[in-house]
Ligand binder design. Structure first.
Ligand SMILES: [Zn+2]
Length: 339
C-alpha cells in the first residue's frame, strides 16, 4: 500500500499537471429527418491534451455537467457521448472535480478510462492527468459557451451553414425548399429535454456554489447488506440517492484509485466460480466475499485508506466542511473452495 504523504496532501503525482482553460467549437452536428427536418447542435470539447478528432469520435461537452462542476466538487460526465451514454464513446470514468480554494477548479482525468478523449501519446499510460482552471475564467468561459449554444439554438439554420454536416445531400435534394431549419435537439441527449433546459438557463445567473454535503453529514464506506447484495457507501445511515454509485461522490482521482484497491480485494458471489469457489446461492449473488481469510486485514486497511483519502478531499476549501468520513468494518464471509 502506498504511503501517505507526510503533509497529508495527495500522495500520487499526476502523469502531467497543466494549467488549462475551456475551449469548444459549437457545430450543427446532424440533421433530424423529421417533418419538417431539424438540426442537432452540440459543442466539441477543446482542452489541453485532448484528442484532435473528438468530433469524429462523437465526444461532446455536457454543458449541464460543466455547470454542476462550477457549483460544487464531485465526479461528473463532463465529457460525454453525443447520445448521453458516455460508455458508448469508450469513456469509462467521470472527471473528478475539486475546488481546493476559491480561485481554482481542478480536474483529474483517468488516463485509461478517458483514453478516447485524450491525445494518442497518452494511450496505455497508467494514472491520471491534472488540469487546473482559474475559477473566474472557467465561469466566464462557461457563460460564453452557454450563450453561444443558446444563440445557435434560437436562430434558423440556412442550407449553406449545413454544408459540412453529414447527410446534407439528402436534405439538399429533398427538402431545400423548407430551409432555413430550426435547431430542435442538443447533444448529449440525456433526457430529451436538453434543448429546453438550455433555453431555460440564464447565462448571467449561473448556479451559486454549494458544499458537496451539508455540515454534519456522516459518510461511511463498508459492505452494507441490502437485499441480495452489498451497497458500498452510506450517507447518514442511508444508501445515497439519486446515485448509489460510490465514485460519483469522489473529488480526487486518488479516491478512485483507493476505491479500486479496496473493492478489488473481494468478489461478487456470482463471480466466485471463476476463482475455484462455490458460487453463492441466488439470494447472495451480488454480495461480496473474500477469497481467503488472509485478505480480511488487507481489505479493512484498504477501506480505511479510502476513507482517509476521501476525508482529505472533502476537507479542501469549501468542499464539504463539517462532514465526517469513516470506514465501517462490516463482516464479510470467506468463499468456500470447491474441493
Ligand atoms: Zn453514443
Amino acid at each position: 500500500m502506498e504511503e501517505r504523504h507526510p503533509d497529508g496532501e495527495f500522495s500520487r503525482e499526476p502523469f502531467l499537471d497543466l494549467p488549462a482553460s475551456l475551449g469548444w467549437r459549437t457545430r450543427d452536428a446532424g440533421i433530424c429527418f423529421a417533418d419538417p427536418p431539424s438540426v442537432i447542435l452540440h459543442a466539441t470539447p477543446i482542452f489541453p491534451l485532448c484528442h484532435p478528432e473528438l468530433a469524429a469520435r462523437g465526444i461532446v461537452w455536457d454543458s449541464f455537467s460543466l455547470l454542476d462542476s462550477l457549483a460544487r466538487p464531485g465526479a461528473y460526465w463532463i465529457l460525454n457521448c453525443t447520445c448521453g451514454i458516455a460508455d458508448d464513446a469508450g469513456l469509462e470514468v467521470p472527471i473528478f472535480v475539486s475546488h481546493p480554494d476559491r480561485q481554482r477548479i481542478v480536474w483529474e482525468l483517468d488516463l485509461k478510462g478517458l483514453a478516447p478523449a485524450l491525445e494518442d501519446r497518452l494511450t496505455g499510460t497508467d494514472g491520471f492527468i491534472r488540469l487546473t482552471f482559474a475559477r473566474d475564467e472557467y465561469e466566464s468561459d462557461l457563460r460564453a459557451l452557454i450563450g453561444e449554444l443558446r444563440e445557435r439554438a434560437t436562430n434558423p439554420v440556412t442550407m449553406e451553414a449545413l454544408s459540412e454536416t453529414d447527410s446534407v445531400e439528402w436534405l439538399q435534394r429533398e427538402s431545400s425548399h423548407l430551409a432555413p431549419f430550426q435547431v430542435e435537439e442538443l447533444e448529449p441527449g440525456i433526457d430529451g429535454m436538453d434543448l429546453e433546459r438550455l433555453l431555460d438557463l440564464d447565462p448571467d445567473n449561473l448556479p451559486a456554489s454549494a458544499p458537496l454535503w451539508p455540515p454534519g453529514t456522516l459518510i461511511e464506506f463498508g459492505f452494507f447488506a441490502v437485499s441480495d447484495g452489498h451497497e458500498l457507501m452510506r450517507v447518514n445511515g442511508e444508501v445515497p440517492w439519486p446515485s448509489s454509485w460510490t465514485p460519483r461522490h469522489f473529488t480526487r482521482w486518488e479516491a478512485w484509485s483507493a476505491f479500486h484497491r479496496w473493492v478489488d480485494l473481494c468478489h461478487r458471489g456470482f463471480w466466485l466460480g471463476h476463482h475455484g469457489c462455490i458460487v453463492s446461492p441466488r439470494s447472495e449473488q451480488n454480495r461480496f466475499f473474500l477469497l481467503q481469510e488472509a485478505d480480511r486485514a488487507r481489505c479493512h486497511a484498504a477501506g480505511r485508506h479510502l476513507a482517509d483519502v476521501v476525508r482529505r478531499g472533502y476537507a479542501e476549501g469549501e468542499t464539504a466542511p463539517g462532514v465526517m468520513v469513516r470506514d465501517a468494518e462490516c463482516p464479510l464471509d470467506v468463499a468456500e473452495r470447491m474441493n
